[in-house]
Design a binder for this molecule. Structure first.
Ligand code: GDD
Ligand code: MN
Length: 399
């Protein structure tokens, strides 16, 4: 990563008495940019007009561009009465969210405001976000489109509006407590106290960095300020359908972080496995196979179905330390052992402990389910103590 600080001459002059050098900004404005050369000059101009007179600031661009955005920023920074930094990343790890986390790490002020580089977020609101946070003693202040006085005027098209609404609803349904008091968890415009940012626990994946922060850093007090989402100044949104999929993976990863939540999802996926299992059993017996061997074969359809879903949704982040064939074999073994184990276990519960057949079966189902979950975690997806030479690096998220 290359870093370059452009400090206007009067601030950077080494002849100045250190006592006369202005305090570092009271707010660090972090701006992620991907090919925004037609916007950044305008953005810096608008920040210059509305922020420094009310609040000392510095601006940090975290750039993954393939165009000349960094050069344009450097040029425009010459006219700015505040320090401007450009961090250019060679690899866009984590996309937009990854860039913001780099900016959070580089920030030096008590408050950090994150905003887009395309002028959809009005810089005139920056001092207000910070002031509101100070007044409310909050750690996070969200600029929201969904409270009175806010609007999503600049969100182009009914399709984008519907997707944005659906995503908001889904996120709030999955995290009712963590997102309590945040009407717009999809917002890319917010202020956060630097002391509340736990950069090391963040695992950003794509656009929704506020969601990541709210769920993982758990800021104590949250408040909101309405804002009007403007039209883009120039160019087009960088969001794609692929970004939508990344959002779903991000949600799944956040939701299944806790072991208990993982077990619940594991169980739900297991339940859906009955469908292919029964369908195969029906087809095989229809074709004339005896039901016992058909049970065994049909079970494999359920196992394959579960394996695919579990790989995609549940253990996506943890599967790379073992070869896929190795994982498949272990998973299949565990899933079938479950079947073989259950019968003697029921016999034991009934014969030895005098449990009636029905509760014994239910108990055996629960026991083998938990065993299977624990076994799958430990034997298929737990990272080995001495991992092979960082296989993960090749699969890291990049644009
Ligand atoms: N560094 C970096 N790396 N910046 C990126 C990347 C990336 O991979 N992808 C996008 N950006 C930058 C863009 O250059 C822009 O400054 C900002 O992130 C937002 O990107 P847009 O492409 O303009 O996003 P949008 O307008 O569709 O979405 C915005 O509004 C949504 C709410 O509807 C964003 O603020 C979203 O976070 C927000 O959810
Ligand atoms: Mn935008």
């Amino acid at each position: 990563m290359s870093q370059e600080s452009i400090v206007p001459d009067e601030l950077g002059d080494p002849a100045l008495d250190p006592a006369e050098v202005p305090e570092p900004g009271a707010v660090t404005i972090v701006v992620p940019t991907f090919n925004e050369s037609a916007n950044v000059r305008q953005l810096l101009h608008r920040i210059t007009e509305s922020v420094p007179a009310r609040l000392p600031c510095e601006v940090v661009f975290v750039d993954d561009s393939t165009d000349d955005t960094p050069e344009v920023v450097r040029e425009a920074a010459q006219d700015c009465p505040f320090p401007v930094t450009v961090l250019h990343r060679e690899e866009a790890v984590g996309g937009l969210g990854g860039a913001v986390v780099e900016g959070l790490k580089a920030a030096s002020s008590d408050w950090v405001v994150v905003m887009d580089g395309d002028c959809q977020h009005p810089p005139s609101l920056v001092p207000e976000l910070v002031a509101r946070g100070e007044r409310a003693g909050a750690e996070l202040v969200v600029a929201s489109r969904y409270i009175e006085g806010g609007s999503r005027a600049g969100l182009a098209g009914g399709y984008r509006v519907a997707v944005s609404r659906g995503a908001t609803w889904l996120a709030k349904a999955l995290f009712p407590r963590r997102l309590h008091g945040i009407s717009d968890p999809m917002s890319g415009f917010f202020a956060v106290r630097r002391s509340a940012v736990t950069a090391d626990v963040l695992k950003p994946l794509g656009y929704k960095i506020l969601l990541e922060l709210a769920v993982r850093s758990r800021p104590r007090t949250v408040t909101e300020v309405p804002f009007v989402f403007q039209d883009r100044f120039a160019g087009e949104s960088k969001s794609t359908a692929k970004e939508g999929l990344r959002f779903l993976r991000h949600l799944a990863g956040l939701r299944t972080e806790a072991p208990f939540a993982r077990m619940v999802v594991f169980g739900l996926i297991g339940l859906t496995g009955f469908l292919p299992n029964l369908a195969a059993l029906w087809a095989l017996t229809e074709a004339g196979m005896h039901y016992l061997p058909a049970e065994i074969v049909a079970n494999q359809f359920g196992v394959a179905w579960n394996f695919l879903l579990i790989e995609r949704l549940l253990f996506r982040e943890r599967r790379l330390h073992r070869h896929w064939a190795d994982r498949t074999a272990r998973f299949a073994l565990l899933a079938n052992a479950d079947l073989v184990l259950r019968l003697p276990l029921i016999a034991l519960l009934v014969g030895r402990f005098g449990v009636a057949a029905l509760p014994a079966t239910a108990l055996a189902l629960v026991i083998t389910f938990v065993l299977r979950f624990v076994g799958t975690e430990a034997l298929v997806y737990l990272p080995r103590r001495t991992p092979k030479k960082s296989p993960v690096a090749h699969h890291q998220e990049s644009r």
